[in-house]
Design a protein around this ligand. Structure first.
Ligand SMILES: Nc1ncnc2c1ncn2[C@@H]1O[C@H](COP(=O)(O)OP(=O)(O)OP(=O)(O)O)[C@@H](O)[C@H]1O
Ligand SMILES: [Mg+2]
Length: 163
């Protein structure tokens, strides 16, 4: 299984997806975040960070800084390709080293630098389906991450614990 669609009805659902990703993504995974302005790319990174024990207020769109690193239970690197003039500029941000490090590498506007991303990566496409709802299409590119998508699917299709 290499793809999964997850419908978040609200931000709590997005937090649940973030928690599943924080638990299941292997060290060194690149996550390509794709979606329009305000789709929820940064919000999903915040959800992953919170689950990894990083204070969520540390997480902001790295639009000007371009690359931020956080360390909690997991190590995270958060990049934004929106303002890069050339996909190769990604490497000036130390992208090669990040990909070889244990960090989960989260790239906003990844569609702008797709050619520079590792072949094995998790693609997350976010669609705005309503004021508080989002559809997350998650695809494992390459074969390495397929079992991860399987585990995410198992976890996210379980009835929600509303207690
Ligand atoms: N279920 C949801 N999941 C994620 N975000 C949601 C959801 N419902 C509402 N939102 C809101 O959508 C907005 C998403 O903004 P966010 O900054 O994450 O977008 P972005 O994709 O990073 O945009 P940009 O391209 O400007 O960086 C936030 O204001 C968030 O509160
Ligand atoms: Mg953002």
């Amino acid at each position: 299984m290499n793809r999964l669609a997850f419908d978040a009805h609200n931000e709590a659902d997005t937090d649940r997806l973030g928690a599943a990703l924080a638990d299941e993504l292997p060290d060194g995974t690149t996550v390509a975040l794709i979606g329009t302005l305000g789709a929820g790319k940064t919000r999903l990174v915040r959800a992953i960070a919170a689950a990894a024990g990083v204070p969520p207020d540390q997480v902001v769109s790295p639009t000007f800084v371009l690359c931020q690193q956080y360390r909690g239970r997991r190590e995270l690197a958060h990049l934004d390709a929106f303002r890069l003039n050339n996909p190769d500029d990604l490497f000036e941000l130390g992208f090669d080293e990040l990909v070889d490090s244990p960090a989960i590498v989260l790239v906003e506007w990844a569609d702008r630098v797709a050619a520079c991303l590792p072949d094995d990566r998790l693609e997350v496409r976010i669609e705005v389906t309503g004021p508080t709802s989002r559809r997350f299409e998650i695809v494992a590119l390459g074969w390495v991450l397929s079992p991860v998508v399987e585990r995410l699917a198992e976890r996210l299709t379980q009835p929600m614990d509303r207690s």
